[in-house]
Design a protein around this ligand. Structure first.
Ligand code: KIV
Length: 279
């Protein structure tokens, strides 16, 4: 059964934690869907983990549509949420509705996600009025990396914490169906989660949220270098890949791959005739 906005809402009401992971391609989305993840996010984090950019800012609508369409084809049951990239919704409400519509029509997403609080409520209202569910995103919103001066935990001072609570209430009032809380203190996320009737999905926001989301390359051990504190590596897929690729290289070089069982047979008569013709 396809998960919907109502599924997520019911999960919050019953205390059944929402599981969300990012995916950017068909094969990964299909595996996640078969495992039973509730929702898949095509995050604009794809700019970093798939395209090798330093941050999410260069990601385009075309990038998002391309990857969203691939994920949608693999996600039979999971609720598919597509990120609206930087500058696809900030400039005008009209842009926001047109671009959200493209992620649904061309990408096959079930909802869109955009970053920000009070300042994007007009956009949220207009997109929701176009019958497109919107997931909001508050806290350490990566599209504001330059304004924040880096990827820093948000909401630690009283003023900033109050502002985040006010933003959460405003995006809910504007019609958001859920909100991602990223990089904020766990106790602040608990307060926001209790105040809202819509589900909160945390990343680096503790376990009091109604659900969790992680970038799959982080949680499967595919990323190298600095790992944020909130990431748990549930598997070491990167190490497995390295082993498999190294074995392939050495077996191919030494001639033990492909072996007999990897080759196709042909009648000896055919080969004998061909050899005669070649003599
Ligand atoms: O782009 C992304 O992957 C995200 C998650 C980190 C929530 O927005």
């Amino acid at each position: 059964m396809k998960n919907t906005v109502s599924t997520l809402l019911k999960q919050k009401q019953s205390g059944d934690k929402i599981t969300m992971l990012t995916a950017y391609d068909y094969t990964t989305a299909k595996i996640m869907d078969e495992c039973g993840v509730n929702a898949i996010l095509i995050g604009d984090s794809l700019g970093m983990v798939m395209l090798g950019y330093e941050n999410t800012l260069p990601v385009t609508m075309e990038d998002m549509i391309h990857h969203t369409a691939a994920v949608s084809r693999g996600a039979e049951n999971a609720f598919v949420v597509a990120d609206m990239p930087f500058m696809s919704y900030q400039v005008s409400v009209q842009d926001a509705v047109i671009n959200a519509g493209r992620l649904i029509k061309e990408g096959g997403a079930n909802a869109v996600k955009l970053e920000g609080g009070a300042e994007v409520c007009d956009q949220i209202r207009a997109i929701v009025n176009a019958s497109i569910p919107v997931v909001a995103h508050l806290g350490l919103t990566p599209q504001s990396v330059n304004a924040f001066g880096g990827f820093k935990v948000q909401g630690k001072s009283l003023d900033k914490a109050r502002k985040l609570i006010a933003d959460a209430l405003e995006i809910q009032e504007a019609g958001a169906c859920a909100v991602v809380l990223e990089g904020i203190p766990a106790k602040l996320a608990d307060i926001i989660t209790k105040k809202l009737f819509i589900p909160t999905i945390g990343i680096g926001a503790g376990n009091g949220c109604d659900g969790q989301v992680l970038v799959y390359q982080d949680m499967l051990g595919l990323t190298t270098g600095h790992t944020p504190k909130f990431v748990k590596r549930f598997a070491e897929v990167g190490a497995l890949m390295r082993q498999g690729i190294t074995d392939y290289i050495s077996e191919t070089k030494e001639g033990s791959f492909p072996a007999q069982e990897h080759t196709y047979a042909v009648d000896d008569d055919v080969i004998n005739e061909l050899m005669k013709e070649c003599d």
